[in-house]
Write a protein that binds this ligand. Structure first.
Ligand SMILES: *[C@@H]1O[C@H](CO)[C@@H](O)[C@H](O)[C@H]1NC(C)=O
Ligand SMILES: *[C@@H]1O[C@H](CO)[C@@H](O)[C@H](O)[C@H]1NC(C)=O
Ligand SMILES: *[C@@H]1O[C@H](CO)[C@@H](O)[C@H](O)[C@H]1NC(C)=O
Ligand SMILES: *[C@@H]1O[C@H](CO)[C@@H](O)[C@H](O)[C@H]1NC(C)=O
Ligand SMILES: *[C@@H]1O[C@H](CO)[C@@H](O)[C@H](O)[C@H]1NC(C)=O
Ligand SMILES: *[C@@H]1O[C@H](CO)[C@@H](O)[C@H](O)[C@H]1NC(C)=O
Ligand SMILES: *[C@@H]1O[C@H](CO)[C@@H](O)[C@H](O)[C@H]1NC(C)=O
Length: 539
């Protein structure tokens, strides 16, 4: 439908047209959905495009209490609780556009879950998908109380919520539109990316196409790594000789970029291949004159910095989690004091170990060691550490995975996505060519966790969408649809960097991002900010 201020006039016209055709939607009323069992519906309402949806009851960590969300299409909105066990339920929310594209879309959550992803509901509904979100079984993306002594709530977050969302969501879609969706998709980032690949491994029939951003597979290791890296840099001994202060870390990363940026042919603030760069922190030692006197590294600190960029290794000497990336902000482990006390600003490790691992509100991460990680992996609360590389059933049924990962992701190291990709290839037993026909991973230089950063990161993963870039070359979800439905695998994705990261501002740079292990190369001739100057190849 044309986005115009005359929707009030257009709306009755549209209903008139569609009532002539066979494809009439059912009334946007509770009665339409009364045949669903185990589903307690709290809201069914018709909302017009560009109206504002008020969410007065949202918890603060989900953006509440008075979050306002712009409605992105003429929709029927449904909110319901779905029982998942005797002691748990998930909330799901549906945005069912009048102007349906015949497709179903489920979305995931971030962090410790608990917040409906309104940005992806907005984007999905605008593109015509019957779009669904879930709170994954509890409200809030920080805190631990919801997990205390609640194994079924942990099960919802750990592995069940998205599967239930998919099953019930498809039924809701069919009841409203009078027929089943032609294809089913999933879109999520971070924990949402974990949920994506977990679905592919466990519930291969839920989706035809899966869009997985910065996937948090090996979730417990990702979360634990922040405490382990903090301890490697002297924390919680804020006065110890090994401790590297937050302002020193800022200087270190700024200097890494300054020193290494030219390696890729141009100084533009973006390291094109940080995963291939070795960095010797001795360069920043006091005496070299590279860092100022109050920021330079003393001998024990040089060792701390070196250790911060090493992988996690278990007792047998195996790498269990790949290293943190050069040139990325280190705040997730280096912002670790509050009012002079050692407290990790990254609260997930505290929250999850308190609520789901140890069931103990007094636990702190100050003495975190690998044995805390080992114990968590051993009990694997709710199956949250889903890390199965065996996607053979999803592959066999013709499913597609489109994954993306920023190369300055501070929360999930992009090396994990590369390692996972190779792991899937080995587990399913595929050649690279076969792998590329079902799973493509796009690495995005200068993109942080899921979005933002200095690079050309916008591939349509956040709302609002740029109306000029709603096509398979520029929008990852539409690229996935093309792949699933027309067998056109994305050769590249074009990302955009907007002034102020705002789609209503001019585009400052566009760049082609390539399917791993190929890389985007600048031809050295075109304007570097023009996508046409970039091509995929094996360097
Ligand atoms: C209803 O939708 C289906 C799927 O898009 C389409 O094939 C069919 O032609 C439509 N029928 C009418 C009467 O519009
Ligand atoms: C949302 O809208 C309501 C009503 O217009 C207003 O009172 C409230 O302050 C808004 N909330 C935010 C966060 O802007
Ligand atoms: C969690 O801790 C509470 C209070 O100490 C205790 O009553 C409960 O049994 C524990 N639950 C689990 C699953 O360990
Ligand atoms: C660090 O030393 C300062 C004074 O030098 C002291 O005030 C502070 O309590 C010490 N902090 C810790 C965590 O030991
Ligand atoms: C602390 O964490 C919050 C929430 O994740 C984040 O918004 C903030 O930027 C962080 N602050 C610092 C100093 O890292
Ligand atoms: C944990 O570490 C702190 C220092 O940060 C220490 O004071 C405390 O005794 C330790 N607690 C445990 C349970 O080992
Ligand atoms: C970009 O954002 C900054 C800081 O929010 C603001 O000062 C500036 O005016 C914005 N520029 C434009 C062109 O909107």
């Amino acid at each position: 439908m044309a986005p115009s201020t005359t929707t009030g006039i257009l709306l009755p016209l549209l209903f008139a047209t569609s009532s002539l055709a066979q494809n009439t939607t059912a009334p946007c009323a509770i009665s339409t959905f009364s045949s669903l069992s185990g589903v307690e519906i709290s809201t069914v309402e018709a909302l017009q495009s560009r109206s504002t949806l008020l969410l007065p009851d949202l918890v603060p960590s989900c953006g509440g209490p008075n979050k306002n969300v712009t409605v992105s299409a003429d929709i029927c909105r449904l909110v319901a609780n779905v029982r998942t066990s005797d002691s748990s339920s998930i909330r799901i929310e549906a945005w069912l556009p009048e102007n349906w594209n015949n497709r179903f879309l489920a979305t995931g959550t971030g962090g410790t879950g608990g917040c409906i992803d309104y940005s992806r509901l907005q984007g999905g509904a605008q593109l015509g998908f019957a779009a669904f979100g879930t709170n994954a079984g509890h409200d809030g993306s920080s805190g631990h109380e919801f997990f205390l002594n609640q194994p079924e709530v942990i099960n919802d977050f750990g592995h069940r919520a998205i599967h239930v969302e998919a099953e019930v969501g498809k039924q809701i879609t069919a009841l409203f539109y009078g027929r089943e969706a032609s294809k089913s998709y999933y879109d999520g980032c971070s924990t949402g990316g974990r949920q994506a690949l977990q679905e592919a491994a466990m519930y291969e029939d839920d989706f035809d196409g899966i869009l997985a951003g910065a996937p948090g597979v090996d979730w417990l290791k990702i979360v634990a790594s922040k405490a382990i890296l903090a301890r490697r840099i002297g924390w919680p001994g804020l006065n110890s000789s090994a401790y590297v202060r937050p302002e020193q870390w800022q200087a270190i990363v700024t200097k890494q970029i300054e020193l290494l940026d030219g390696l890729d042919g141009k100084k533009d603030g973006i390291l094109d291949s940080p995963q291939n760069i070795c960095f010797d922190p001795a360069l920043l030692a006091c005496g070299t004159g590279v860092l100022e006197q109050d920021l330079c590294l003393h001998p024990d600190q040089v060792q701390s910095v070196e250790k911060a960029y090493q992988p996690l290794i278990n007792g047998a000497g195996d790498i269990i989690y790949p290293p943190f990336i050069i040139g990325a902000s280190t705040g997730v482990f280096s912002n670790n004091q509050k009012d002079g006390k050692p407290i990790l600003n990254y609260s997930l490790v505290r929250d999850f170990w308190r609520g789901a691992v140890y069931n103990n509100s007094d636990w702190t991460e100050n003495n975190f060691t690998l044995s805390d990680l080992d114990y968590a992996l051993f009990i694997n609360p709710g199956g949250v550490n889903s890390n199965s590389r065996d996607l053979s059933r999803f592959h066999k049924r013709g499913g597609k995975v489109l994954a993306y990962h920023g190369l300055v992701d501070t929360t999930v190291t992009p090396l994990l996505s590369m390692e996972f990709y190779k792991g899937v290839q080995a587990a399913v037993g595929l050649s690279l060519e076969e792998m590329q026909s079902f799973y493509r991973l796009f690495l995005v230089p200068g993109m942080d966790h899921c979005s933002t950063g200095p690079g050309a990161w916008n591939i349509g993963q956040v709302y609002p969408l740029d109306s000029k870039r709603l096509d398979a070359a520029n929008n990852a979800l539409l690229a996935l649809v093309d792949w699933v439905e027309s067998d056109k695998a994305p050769e590249f994705l074009t990302g955009a960097k907007y002034q102020n990261d705002s789609v209503s501002q001019p585009i400052l740079a566009e760049r082609r991002h390539c399917p791993y292990p190929s890389k985007s190369r600048w031809d050295g001739r075109e304007n570097r900010n023009d996508a046409r100057g970039w091509a995929c190849g094996y360097v």
